[in-house]
Write a protein that binds this ligand. Structure first.
Ligand code: AKB
Length: 317
């Protein structure tokens, strides 16, 4: 990776990743793009930013040529809950955008990363320690686009030799930017509300396990995978990655270690609860560990301490 184009750079992953890649490769080598252009965004203010609609292949190609890009990190997509509300748009954006970005990667011989998700699994998938290679019959539009995306990336690698790489992200927790419309978003909201109100009402039910990971580990995973020697990769699209399998009440306990008066109650959203129940409780990350040394640093407790500290700092600045 030398000069990188990031799509969907204003999203939850993009905001953290853009900052980290600018630090690592220099501000002139990271081209952040998005379909929005908000004021007061570090992504827009601290380096090169371009407007980009990923459903316009020519526009993607023009930016690749303008900046002599050698790697695309394609993040632009709808998340699970929004995709369930707007399934046609989800297909158009998640698959149309991916196909355009892959085509540009093929034509210009670029390295390529795009995230898949635990949403690529479904109710028939083994629920505990879900293996890397297993049954994938998701029941959400988000999941349908994620499985199709994994297959499409494999196809571009096998048929055209495009160096495609991907991980199946769990719920990601971060303080830089809010997630927009996912099923695991409660795990971010809970920290904001813990500081603001010392209380949180969860839309995901008590006892519901889902995999999670702190954003610094997610960003590190992308960089490690992209820098891994190609010959070490057996799986490519897409590796199971996760740092913890947790329920809402596990967050409650971890937060109470810092804010003893914090309390959690529940008002379950049936749509997001059904999505959560169709996903694994925990996934097996052995292949990522073996093939490119995936090694997340943050446990629930370590993440909670950092998250609360960073959010406090943010509210003071
Ligand atoms: C979502 O909840 O939609 C995402 C995901 C797990 O892919 N955070």
């Amino acid at each position: 990776m030398k000069t990188i184009l990031i799509t969907g750079a204003l999203g939850q992953i993009g905001t953290a990743l853009t900052a980290r890649l600018r630090e690592k490769f220099g501000v002139d080598h990271v081209i952040a793009t998005d379909i929005q252009r908000p004021e007061n965004s570090t992504v827009v203010e601290n380096g090169i930013f371009e407007y980009l609609d990923v459903t316009d292949q020519l526009a993607v190609e023009q930016l690749v040529e303008k900046y002599q890009i050698d790697t695309i990190i394609h993040l632009a997509a709808l998340l699970s809950a929004v995709a369930e509300e707007k399934p046609q748009l989800a297909w158009e954006l998640n698959m149309g955008g991916l196909m355009n970005a892959l085509e540009v990667a093929r034509i210009h011989d670029l390295k390529f990363f795009t995230p898949s998700s635990i949403g690529a699994f479904g109710p028939q998938t083994p629920k505990v320690q879900t293996p890397q290679v297993t049954l994938q019959r998701p029941t959400t539009m988000y999941g349908v686009t994620k499985v199709s995306g994994e297959l499409l990336c494999d196809y571009y690698f096998q048929k055209f030799g495009v160096d495609t790489r991907s991980v199946r992200f769990p719920g990601l927790i971060s303080y830089e930017a809010l997630p927009g419309g996912g099923t695991t978003d409660y795990a971010v909201d809970i920290y904001y509300e813990a500081l603001k109100k010392q209380a949180y009402t969860s839309f995901i039910d008590k006892g519901t396990y889902m995999d999670m990971m702190y954003m610094p580990d997610a960003v590190d995973a992308i960089i490690r995978l992209m820098e891994a020697p190609s010959e070490n990769l057996i799986h490519r699209n897409a590796f199971n990655v996760s740092a913890m399998s947790v329920r809402p009440e596990d967050f409650e306990k971890a937060i109470q270690a810092h804010i003893p008066e914090f309390s959690l109650d529940f008002e379950v959203d049936p749509i997001r609860q059904a999505i959560a129940e169709s996903w694994p409780n925990s996934i097996d990350t052995i292949q990522a560990r073996k093939e490119w040394d995936f090694s997340p640093e943050y446990t629930l407790e370590k993440m909670t301490a950092d998250m609360l500290e960073k959010l406090k700092e943010k509210s003071l600045s």
